[in-house]
Design a protein around this ligand. Structure first.
Ligand code: GDP
Ligand code: MG
Ligand code: ZN
Length: 313
């Protein structure tokens, strides 16, 4: 019997799983027989970021074990199914690339991303790219958003991939970490990553170039090693990280500044919408709670998504 070796799953597209060994070599692996993970009913037994053990059998890796996951992000395989597809595992941080210039990212979108990251217990950070084409007003907006988001625990960075501004700081964020990178198409994800790692080709926003067109192409994530140490997980579609696996009642807890106030609400099940004695509403009225965050909270709370999830669960 050959020795068991260790590695990290870089790509998993069905029957073949690409595993990187400690020397940085890619080994194509298969999974033998039935393989069940105890904690989740998933359609895929291994996901990008999984730490696995494998054995060589006739020049092919055979995965024998999967290490416990620190965290993982999932989406429902289908709306009617209770099975989940694990998109990625063992993520150190989620970085959202946004722009206040063009294409403009809404705070509604940013807050949905942050709420999702909170739900998965993944620290989140924001990069505001395209500083070089921002108006004075947009710079003012950035400074305001930075103050709000950093107070809530999300570091913010102003960058320009074009003019290499903030690239060193972005690079330092990525070093020796597994980072999930996300953002609307056109915000400059590829440009920023290329500024850190020239030649790295992100698939984000270009899914159809790599896989056959079709619904299932968006289910694959991919992990890219950085020469400075660390990995970037590239999720093919923003939706991958937009669907959340928790209930409506938890939404308030996913806003750190709300979480800090809610123990002062009169009712323990306060939704911070209409209840008397609500500490969040009071803070809002007194100007101590960021208005746009509150309105984004309401928007997420009233999302149709919950109806769908709750009735099919
Ligand atoms: N002005 C400006 N344009 C940028 C910057 N970063 C990227 N772009 C441009 O924005 C467009 C989209 O960039 P890309 O990296 O492909 O975005 P992605 O879709 O998020 O990967 C391209 O035309 C880039 O040249 C930047 O910092 N400033
Ligand atoms: Mg791109
Ligand atoms: Zn309340």
């Amino acid at each position: 019997m050959e020795d068991e070796r260790q590695g990290v799953v870089m790509r998993s597209t069905g029957s073949w799983i690409s595993v990187m060994d400690p020397e940085g070599e890619a080994v194509e692996c298969r999974i033998k027989g039935k393989f069940r993970i105890m904690d989740v009913r998933s359609t895929n037994p291994v996901a990008v970021g999984d730490r696995v053990y494998f054995r060589m059998v006739d020049h092919t890796g055979v995965i024998t074990r999967i290490s416990d996951r620190h965290n993982y992000i999932v989406r429902k395989a289908t709306r009617l199914s209770s099975r989940s597809h694990i998109i990625a595992a063992n993520i150190d941080q989620a970085i959202l690339i946004v722009t206040l210039a063009s294409p403009r990212t809404s705070t509604g979108f940013i807050d949905r991303f942050l709420v999702t990251a909170e739900a998965y217990h993944i620290p989140a950070r924001l990069v505001f790219n395209k500083a070089d084409i921002m108006t004075e007003e947009q710079v003012g907006m950035f400074l305001y958003l930075k103050s709000v988001y950093e107070a809530a625990g999300y570091p913010c960075l102003l960058a320009s991939a074009l003019e290499m501004q903030g690239v060193d700081a972005f690079s330092a964020w990525l070093q020796n970490k597994v980072s999930l990178l996300s953002g609307h198409s056109g915000v400059g994800k590829s440009a920023l990553v290329n500024a850190v790692e020239p030649g790295l080709d992100l698939r984000t926003g270009a899914i159809s170039d790599y896989h056959d067109k079709g619904k299932h192409t968006t289910t694959y994530a991919e992990m890219h090693p950085l020469s400075q140490g660390g990995f970037i997980i590239d999720t093919p579609g923003i939706k991958e990280f937009g669907l959340i696996d928790f209930g409506r009642t938890e939404v308030g807890e996913r806003f750190p500044e709300m979480r800090a106030l809610m123990s002062h609400c009169r009712f323990t099940n306060c939704t911070h919408v209409h209840e008397p004695g609500c500490a969040v509403r009071r803070a809002l009225d007194e100007g101590h709670f960021p208005e746009f965050r509150y309105y984004n909270y309401l928007s997420i709370l009233h999302d149709d998504y919950w109806e769908e999830t709750e009735s099919y669960d």
